[in-house]
Design a protein. Structure first.
Length: 163
């Protein structure tokens, strides 16, 4: 008769709680079903059908808003220029004085620029206009809008820092 070596009792018996714990490593992660994917695609399609037309019907308003923001950024840069040099750049020096040290009058003895990385163009791809002294205040920064002519209504209206 062959005798087997005895194993300790602790290694052969399981605790009752161990038998109820699922083997988590043997389970594979479950992917999405075709139905779930189709439901998500339909929901995204419905949202796009609602949102896209509302955005696309207002490109003119978006351009006017961008022009107002650009003008505000230019006015802020002009204020920093004046803080350093005690005077705004002249009309002849223009907005380029914010990018490179200007020559001519008035002088810019304490120029610490550039105050802007580049002079932006308006949303209609034309340069912003600048006057010092302005007709509406110390300085006027403005765009003639979509039509490029003074006056106008809607998208063609002038956009300036005095508004």
């Amino acid at each position: 008769m062959i005798q087997r070596p005895c194993q300790p009792l602790a290694t052969t018996m399981r605790r009752p709680s161990e038998s109820r714990i699922p083997d988590l490593q043997s389970r594979r992660p479950r992917g999405f079903t075709l139905i779930e994917i189709l439901v998500v695609v339909v929901i995204l399609g419905i949202l796009a059908a609602i949102v896209v037309p509302r955005v696309l019907e207002r490109p003119g308003e978006a351009r006017v808003t961008r022009a107002k923001q650009d003008i505000q950024n230019i006015v802020t840069a002009l204020s920093l220029y004046k803080l350093d040099n005690y005077v705004y750049p002249g009309t002849e020096q223009g907005l380029e004085a914010l990018v490179a040290k200007p020559s001519g009058q008035p002088e810019a003895p304490n120029w610490k620029g550039p105050y802007l990385d580049r002079v932006p163009k308006d949303p209609w791809s034309r340069p912003y206009l600048y006057q010092h002294p302005g007709q509406h205040g110390d300085i006027d920064v403005y765009s003639y809008g979509a039509d490029g002519r003074p006056g106008g209504d809607g998208e063609a209206a002038d956009v300036g820092n005095w508004q």
